[in-house]
Design a binder for this molecule. Structure first.
Ligand code: AKG
Ligand code: FE2
Length: 246
């Protein structure tokens, strides 16, 4: 078993969970708007369990204070391999669903690259390119914190969709702190999208580019995502990024 292999039982259980969603509807949402919400991907107990890992350094390979890098304010930690089974299982199970969307996008954007059907095969490509470090992360924001608009690119090889799961309950654990996306359109003004999430909901969204169907064919837009200022309380999220990092 290599370091990035997820136990088969964890993958099967995540696949069963993922199969409960209407993937045709989700794929259409992603293609129309650049994002789609999977409601209640995690239970509140699972959310609490994952968020509760934040203080325990043994789960993580590194710790980032966002203000030190100009990324915003707040902090996050990248998980180590092996990932927690729930996160690793979902990373493996979500990948093929999103790869179908990613391959359709590449075709529409005239990009020759196609993503393999299985996450293990894609990770192998990352590792062969020297992108070997795990990218799933746990984020923690307090009052006044925010996450500047950004793109999670960690090397030349980038999977074009990613997932973020809200672990805290809006209006109870925190206020403010909306997940936001902006879409920069060629020679046009940018479009913003605010994604309403409850505890346990996951948003799948475009990392950088996606095609938009216009009246005269398809054009390419450039997306960024971030989090508006937390007004009160504590907000945790887990981010699932499918490419590994240099
Ligand atoms: O905290 C959030 O909702 C966004 C986190 C983020 O930037 C990510 O998961 O890549
Ligand atoms: Fe991000």
């Amino acid at each position: 078993m290599t370091m990035h292999t997820v136990p088969a039982a964890a993958v099967r259980s995540a696949e069963a969970r993922v199969a409960g969603y209407d993937w045709q509807a989700l794929a259409e949402e992603m293609s129309f708007y650049g994002c789609a919400v999977m409601e209640k991907l995690l239970t509140s107990e699972e959310c609490r369990e994952i968020a509760g890992r934040y203080p325990d350094e043994s789960h993580f390979r590194s710790h980032v204070h966002m203000a030190r890098h100009g990324f915003g304010k707040g902090e996050y930690r990248y998980f180590r391999y092996p990932l927690p089974e729930l996160i690793g299982g979902l990373r493996t199970a979500l990948y093929p669903r999103l790869a179908a969307v990613a391959n359709d996008w590449n075709e529409r954007m005239g990009i020759a690259q196609r993503y393999p059907d299985e996450h293990a095969a894609f990770l192998k490509q990352c590792h062969e390119q020297g992108q070997t470090r795990p990218t799933p992360l746990l984020l923690q924001y307090g009052p006044g914190d925010f996450n500047c608009l950004h793109q999670d690119l960690y090397g030349d090889l980038a999977f074009p969709l990613q997932v973020a799961i809200l672990l805290s309950e809006p209006d109870k654990d925190f206020t403010g702190g909306e997940f936001v996306l902006t879409e920069q359109r060629p020679r046009m003004q940018s479009r913003a999208e605010v994604v309403p999430l409850r505890q346990g909901d996951a948003v799948a969204f475009a990392v950088h580019n996606r095609p938009v169907q216009g009246s005269k064919g398809s054009y390419r837009v450039n997306l960024r995502h971030g989090v508006s200022r937390i007004r009160s309380g504590l907000r945790h999220t887990v981010g699932i990024i499918f490419h590994d990092a240099k």
